[in-house]
Design a protein around this ligand. Structure first.
Ligand SMILES: Cc1cc2nc3c(=O)[nH]c(=O)nc-3n(C[C@H](O)[C@H](O)[C@H](O)COP(=O)(O)O)c2cc1C
Length: 173
């Protein structure tokens, strides 16, 4: 398949938007990442795919800890900022009013849908990207937040109504 055809297909994939961040002030770095998922529960672990050319990549490797901050719909400007769509870099991307930090020092976005504090336990190199496997040390969440999603080049979210109505009854047996 051609890269163009692949890209076109992947545009249809609805993705939650996260900021992966690392470091302590004034040396924090962070980037917008949609390639993130839960990996397993023993130990609790996650994986994200990071382009090795991204400024944050080397910092994540150096610090050996990072955070995952799943964005709420009101964070769409923040998503653009951390995607490098404005000439603002490194620690200047972090507004003190919006960001707190975990015990390990990694930045924690106060109003995120959820935030995880992770310890880097494994790296898997694959072409341009690196799969960063993190063991989850702690986390926070914000139940009221609606998630920011990205699909077909658009920033979207779920509707409040949709969120309240399960599509099928959940079988909890
Ligand atoms: C919606 C969206 C999702 C993205 N997902 C990823 C991703 O999963 N992995 C990645 O390496 N870059 C991803 N990027 C690109 C990075 O955010 C961008 O290259 C970033 O600016 C790199 O950080 P830097 O400017 O500090 O180098 C994404 C960008 C956007 C807008």
């Amino acid at each position: 398949m051609s890269p163009q055809a692949f890209r076109q297909l992947m545009r249809m994939h609805p993705a939650a938007v996260n900021i992966i961040a690392t470091g302590k002030a004034p040396q924090r770095t962070g980037m917008t990442v949609s390639a993130f998922m839960s990996l397993g529960v023993e130990p609790p672990s996650v994986v994200c795919a990071i382009n090795r050319n991204a400024f944050s990549y080397a910092h994540m490797v150096e610090n050996q800890v990072f955070s995952v901050n799943t964005l709420a719909v009101e964070h769409n400007e923040l998503a653009k900022l951390f995607a490098g769509q404005a000439p603002v870099f490194g620690d200047e991307r972090f507004d003190a009013q919006l960001w707190d930090h975990f015990d390990s020092g990694s930045p924690c976005l106060r109003q995120a849908v959820m935030s995880l504090e992770c310890r880097l336990i494994r790296q898997v190199q694959e072409s341009t990207h690196c799969l960063m496997v993190g063991e989850v040390i702690s986390g926070r969440h914000n139940e009221a937040a609606l998630p920011l999603l990205y699909r077909d080049g658009q920033w979207v979210t779920t509707s409040e109504d949709l969120r309240m109505v399960p599509i099928e009854a959940t079988d909890t047996r």
